[in-house]
Design a protein around this ligand. Structure first.
Ligand code: PMP
Length: 354
């Protein structure tokens, strides 16, 4: 810290992204990226667009927004795009939470919510998930704050129903409810269909996972026109050109290439089933993940030891040194070859322990 930093920054614990070690080549199953390249159409459009980076991008991202609206089945007025979905989540903190309106989210969820609260100087309340990591929606009903729920949740992989989301929305009509659907494409059910009925709903999604564009940074929010107006006000007050022109055309290409998208999503769903089955044979307990990761624990080895031994073998997974989940590892679902290598490594590690 410099001697100049203010109290808010001094007190802040920044988000710690999954490690990206450069000492050797790893099988990288720690940050929920896609193992597949982005859509060839997206890449073709990006190459052409590169020649135009002399010019600022369209701050409205009209073409991209219209393509997202078409894909989701809403109007363009219901969509905002952002630099990764992290940015639109932050916009929601800026627009709706304040000293008197805390952010509310589960105790085991996306670690960035706490950081967004800190950097925006707003209080937050964490509500404990049940022992089996399920979420009891009645814990949130009538709470006076902005609720953030990742659905499916990370790192547990578990989903809540649309009925539960509706209960929450109708119990809290004066407050915004944010449903973070970063992983929804891998088998979850989207709440975007509810935005017409509930003007307090904001749904966020990302191109980082199912559309293989984590490095391009593209996310979006879907909500009532009024909420989108609020969020655009924040965008135009912080970074009007938040989505660069190469990323914007890649987004359009990725959405138009729906066959490629479905093929990759199906491959991940199949590889997830393979991984869960193989881990179960080895004595692991896995949650019923609806995401592109598996959340698993085994009585024979601690989460930390398994993470370290896998790292020694050149496989990176994520371990959280956190109460209630320190026994677990979170493993991104990669290609089938990667998952086979992962399973073999786990077998060797457990074999060596017996
Ligand atoms: N929400 C959740 C639950 C996530 O796990 C992530 C990825 N780390 C994000 C949002 C943000 O992803 P991105 O900014 O890449 O869209």
């Amino acid at each position: 810290m410099s001697k100049f930093s203010n109290e808010k920054i001094n007190k802040l614990s920044a988000y710690v992204p999954g490690e990206q070690p450069k000492d050797k080549k790893y099988i990288k199953l720690n940050t929920n990226e896609s193992p597949f390249p982005p859509s060839p159409l997206a890449v073709r459009l990006a190459k052409k667009e590169l020649k135009k980076v002399r010019l600022y991008p369209d701050p409205d991202c009209s073409e991209l927004i219209s393509e997202i609206a078409k894909t989701v089945g809403v109007k363009s007025e219901n969509v905002i795009v952002s630099n990764g979905s992290d940015e639109v989540l932050n916009f929601a903190f800026i627009a709706y939470a304040d000293e008197n309106t805390p952010a509310i989210f589960p105790d085991i969820s996306y670690g960035f919510y706490k950081v967004f609260a800190g950097v925006n100087g707003v209080p937050y309340e964490e509500i404990a998930l049940k022992d089996d990591f399920s979420l009891d929606i009645s814990d949130y009903e009538g709470k006076k704050g902005v609720v953030f729920i990742a659905n499916p949740n990370a790192p547990t992989g578990l989903e809540i129903s649309l009925e539960d989301i509706e209960k929450l929305l109708s119990s809290n009509p004066e407050r915004v409810v944010v449903i973070d659907e970063a992983y929804v494409d891998f088998g979850g059910i989207s709440a975007t269909s509810l935005i017409e009925k509930y003007d307090n709903l904001l749904v966020t999604q990302t191109f980082s996972k199912s559309r293989s564009m984590a490095g391009a940074r593209l996310g979006f929010g879907v909500a009532s026109e009024k909420i989108i107006e609020d969020l655009k006000k924040v965008k135009y007050s912080t970074n009007p050109y938040n989505v660069n022109r190469v990323t914007a055309v890649m987004g359009v290409g990725a959405l138009r290439d729906s066959e490629y998208f479905s093929k990759n999503v199906n491959a991940i769903i199949n590889n997830r089933a393979y991984t869960i089955e193989e881990l179960s044979k080895l004595g692991f307990t896995c949650t019923n993940s609806k995401t592109n990761f598996v959340f698993a624990k085994c009585d024979k080895i601690s989460g930390e030891e398994l993470y370290l031994k896998l790292k020694d073998k050149g496989i990176l997974v994520r371990h959280f040194n956190k109460d209630r989940i320190s026994d677990y590892i979170r493993v991104t679902v990669g290609s089938l070859a990667e998952m086979k290598a992962f399973v073999t490594a786990v077998q060797e590690i457990l074999g060596a322990k017996i």
